[in-house]
Design a protein around this ligand. Structure first.
Ligand SMILES: NC(=O)c1ccc[n+]([C@@H]2O[C@H](COP(=O)([O-])OP(=O)(O)OC[C@H]3O[C@@H](n4cnc5c(N)ncnc54)[C@H](OP(=O)(O)O)[C@@H]3O)[C@@H](O)[C@H]2O)c1
Length: 450
């Protein structure tokens, strides 16, 4: 019998049921001899009705059926003696001892305890566009539980929380007090630094949307606080997880187009909006030259390292930037948020090398007339002898890839090798320099490394 047999969801009991992912069969997970009720949550191991406890299991059949509450309880947090206990850091929970001991003794690992021990608990700060992008992807990961969702409006928090089986709150204090391994910050950029410092002080790892902070100093403070607290700071530069962008970089690194000489990147989206009040936007997120173009600035730096000089022309809504990288590669980037209504979101990258060109065009909801075969999205290699090769890249949702990678980092307690926090701070420094160059109307050197 499948273990995810759906129970009726009762609003009054607050019962939340993790739906099974399509195609997942649970039969092979039911241990020989049974022991777990068939209606334990497939993802977090919480009993939905009753668990016939396995000796040594952390499961407590008497407890209520909410997966989230169970996950917190079995993971070692909770309120004891009237005092809220901070959950032990991931990997140091008591359940690990049993799992490790059982493994060391060559014995069977109690699946409930094992699942509790490997359960990642995520608190989401922000229920807007990115909160709504991250939260369902966390919730869809096996072994991850979204414990809470914060928004200033409780209604907005509740809407997203209901989608992921989490507790809504309009109090950031309450979110930070929830038993969680990590806080995922999807707040406006001017809120990143303060929220991250508070989350780190509360013993949480931090996942943070890009740009890492509003200023380089703030980004550095976050980095130093994470180091001092022994916690991870994972910055969500999603382009690094975009399968075609990542593959293109790998092709360049493998020498598929020889020594790179130049590059071009675009990021174009329709207007109006975004910069209705440019000063206010800058105060919140530094404006689109930083907030939007940093995706390409960061990607180009991932490809070519540090720029020596930058120049930028146009305006905040439509900027043309040039970078001259150490090593001589020249790159241009165009970022626009003023395209006509209905213009499809477009991102593009092309790297020219001595031995060919690699390019990738992404268009959401439309194709260009010059794309003869009508494909909206493909990675191409153009070789010097003529002809072009399509590079097959397994399809993948970049945000899911990113969340999966961060979950892996959190489980291992290891910094991301894809986005190191230092590189996120460097990308911010360069993006801010680009905006200075735009304001000045003249090229700028990078000065001393920040
Ligand atoms: N990686 C990407 O592709 C991508 C794309 C877009 C944005 N981002 C980044 O993601 C972050 C969040 O952007 P978003 O578009 O998700 O923002 P958003 O849609 O405006 O959502 C902001 C959320 O933060 C809450 N909030 C808390 N304090 C706030 C404050 N002082 N001012 C405004 N809102 C506050 C809002 O609550 P209420 O709504 O209840 O007020 C809302 O839940 C930004 O750093 C942005 O640069 C990344």
């Amino acid at each position: 019998m499948p273990r995810w047999r759906t129970l009726s969801t009762s609003g009054s009991s607050g019962l939340r049921v993790h739906p099974p992912p399509p195609g997942v069969l649970a039969d092979d997970r039911i241990p020989p001899g049974g022991g777990i009720a068939t209606d334990a949550c497939w993802r977090c191991g919480a009993p939905r009705q009753r668990v016939s406890a396995i000796p040594g299991s952390a499961a407590d059949p008497g407890a209520g059926p909410r997966c989230g509450d169970r996950a917190g309880r079995v993971a070692g947090g909770g309120i004891r003696g009237g005092v809220r206990q901070r959950p032990p850091p991931y990997g140091e929970r008591p359940e690990w001892k049993g799992v490790r001991a059982a493994r060391a003794a060559g014995g069977r690992v109690d699946p409930i305890a094992a699942r509790a021990a490997v359960m990642l608990r995520i608190a989401i700060a922000g229920a807007g566009f990115m909160g709504g992008t991250h939260a369902p992807r966390w919730a869809a990961e096996e072994g991850v539980h979204v414990v809470g969702v914060y928004s200033r409006s409780l209604e907005r928090a509740a809407e997203l929380a209901a989608r992921v089986g989490a507790r809504p709150t309009d109090s950031l204090d309450e979110l930070l007090a929830m038993e969680a391994d990590a806080v995922d910050i999807c707040l406006p950029t001017d809120q990143h630094g303060g929220t991250a410092l508070r989350a780190l002080a509360a013993g949480r790892h931090v996942v943070c949307e890009k740009p890492v902070a509003r200023s380089v100093e703030e980004g550095r403070r976050m980095l130093e606080a994470a180091r001092a607290a022994g916690r991870l700071l994972l910055v969500a530069h999603v382009v690094r997880f975009w399968p075609e962008y990542a593959r293109l970089r790998a092709l360049v690194a493998e020498g598929a187009i020889g020594r790179p000489t130049s590059a071009t990147a675009w990021r174009l989206q329709e207007g109006p909006g975004w910069v209705a009040d440019s000063d206010a936007r800058r105060a919140v997120n530094n404006g689109p030259v930083v907030d939007l173009q940093i995706h390409d600035t960061d990607y180009l730096m991932w490809l070519f390292g540090e720029p020596r000089r930058v120049a930028a022309y146009g305006g905040e809504r439509h900027v043309h930037t040039t970078f001259l990288f150490e090593g001589g590669v020249a790159a241009t980037a165009e970022a626009a948020c003023d395209m006509p209504a209905g213009y499809p979101f477009t991102s593009y990258v092309r790297v020219r090398g001595e031995g060919g060109v690699a390019e990738y065009l992404f268009r959401a909801g439309g194709v260009r007339p010059d794309q003869s075969d009508g494909r909206a999205s493909e990675l191409l290699l153009h070789l010097p002898q003529g002809g072009r090769q399509r590079v097959d890249v397994p399809a993948g949702d970049p945000y899911t890839e990113q969340i999966r990678h961060f979950a892996d980092c959190l489980r291992r307690g290891q910094e991301s090798a894809v986005v190191r926090p230092e590189s996120a701070v460097r990308s911010l420094a360069v993006a801010l320099r680009v905006r200075d160059a735009l304001d000045l109307g003249a090229p700028l050197g990078m000065g001393a490394p920040t």
